[in-house]
Design a protein around this ligand. Structure first.
Ligand code: FCB
Length: 442
């Protein structure tokens, strides 16, 4: 059972999240191609050769989808704007139809009493900017500031909050070092530059939004609870490197104006000249900080030859989700306490994503996803423990509303409260949806 709303302080916000490319259907409404279209069109990158062209067809079915969010009793809906939909070439002329879509969507949220929690960039970089080097190119960060301004001008009067970039670690490391997400590179120089330019872009967007007089601005990073695979000093050092790259790099830049030594040891020669001078913009004050959390990770030293960063993930003993991710609510508690203690202090924290993939199927028209209910319940209890320990946690957002295009996993990893039949596009609320509805009434 999920802990009821009454187990949390008054004003604690409950929400659910989605992102543009994962649900909208990128073929509709006149967007430009994005680097996720390119990545998905390249054989071997996405399971089943899938892409986001149709996805959940949220572009046409958004009203029904917002009814689902409101119907469960959520306070907040975290959604994202597609840069390629709004600016097909990445800069210059705006696709009026795209901007109108988000305008209607935000009005639709307000009409249903939902707080619109906007993320500007959830990974679909316009392909025209990818052609110019994408996040490797400093200019992309400046163009992102322009995009932020265009969106802020149109939607800023009605949105509850804005975060410029979702999970800069995925957008840089996973896409440029591991090659598992768009743009599919394995290139340390590209990685270093993308890491830095995403932060620069974040700062430019905050500056543009503040310039419009907008408030409640934040940032969203993803974290894993990192554990050494064994008790050896080598495993401890490997775990510290992964922790520095994944957990410390972005938050340390945002709140301390520096990069961890363990990361500079690998990327310093590849950073753009003069990178230190960008920290004042990167460190622009924020009103909240969002944490996406799914799992813990055990880290072992990589086998020789040990090029930096020299580590590999090792299997762990905990129960796992359908993607093999260990279920570790204690890790969320530990991370919340650590982030508040080391970086954010009294700044309100939000869980902006948390959820699990399961092999959900419809049986007689119903999906009994009991494991997902247990997952959310355990993580909500972890939130309560962290709050009891003094963490200023202000809300919890479940990933995700609708089964969707799960990036490199295609349509095969279902994370959501509502089942989607990808043939008929029919939406069927799962047992976890009903569980949230009950908890939010109580
Ligand atoms: C996060 C992403 C989100 C979704 C979940 C499962 O890293 O922000 O789009 O893919 O993982």
């Amino acid at each position: 059972m999920l802990p009821p709303r009454s187990a949390f302080p008054p004003g604690f916000l409950f929400g659910t999240a989605t992102s543009a490319y994962q649900i909208e259907g990128h073929a509709a409404g006149g967007p430009g191609p994005s680097h996720w279209d390119t990545f998905a069109a390249t054989p071997g990158n996405v399971r089943g050769g899938a892409n986001g062209a149709r996805a959940c067809d949220h572009y046409h079915r958004w009203a029904e989808d917002l009814d689902l969010v409101a119907g469960a009793g959520f306070d907040l809906y975290r959604f994202s704007t597609s840069w390629a939909r709004v600016m097909p070439e990445g800069s210059g002329p705006v696709n009026a139809e795209g901007l109108d879509f988000y305008d209607r969507l935000v009005d639709g949220m307000c009409a249903r009493g939902l707080k619109p929690a906007l993320t500007l960039y959830h990974w679909e970089l316009p392909a025209a900017l990818a052609d110019l080097g994408g996040w490797r190119n400093r200019d992309t960060a400046l163009r992102f500031g322009d995009f932020a301004e265009a969106i802020g001008r149109r939607l800023g009067d009605r949105v509850h909050s804005i975060a410029p970039i979702n999970e800069p670690w995925c957008a840089s490391w996973l896409g440029h070092f591991e090659g598992l997400h768009a743009p599919g590179l394995r290139d340390i120089r590209a990685t270093a530059r993308a890491m830095h330019h995403l932060l620069l872009g974040h700062g430019r967007a905050i500056e543009a939004l503040r310039g419009l007089g907008l408030g409640n601005l934040g940032a969203v990073c993803n974290f894993e609870h990192v554990l050494p695979a064994d008790e050896s000093p080598e495993a401890a050092a490997a775990a510290a490197r992964h922790d520095a790259i994944m957990n410390r790099f972005f938050v340390e830049a945002l709140f301390r104006g520096r990069y961890p030594e363990e990361v500079l040891a690998g990327i310093a020669p590849h950073l753009p000249p003069g990178w230190e001078a960008d920290f004042p913009g990167i460190q622009a004050p924020l009103d909240w900080f969002g944490i996406n959390y799914y799992t813990c990770k055990r880290i072992a030293p990589a086998p020789a030859p040990a090029l930096w960063p020299g580590y590999a993930a090792a299997p762990g003993p905990l129960p796992k989700t359908a993607l093999g991710w260990e279920i570790c609510p204690e890790g969320l508690e530990a991370l919340l306490i650590r982030i508040a203690r080391d970086y954010t202090g009294a700044l309100p924290l939000l869980i902006t994503e948390n959820g699990m993939a399961a092999p959900d199927t419809l049986v007689d028209g119903a999906c009994e996803d009991a494991e997902r209910i247990a997952y959310h319940a355990a993580h909500l209890e972890a939130c309560r423990r962290a709050m009891a320990a003094g963490v200023p946690l202000a809300g919890y957002t479940a990933w995700s509303l609708l089964d969707n295009f799960e990036w490199a996993e295609g349509y095969e990893a279902r994370f959501c409260l509502v089942h989607v039949d990808f043939e008929s596009l029919q939406r069927t609320p799962k047992a976890s949806y009903a569980a949230f509805k009950r908890a939010l009434e109580g």
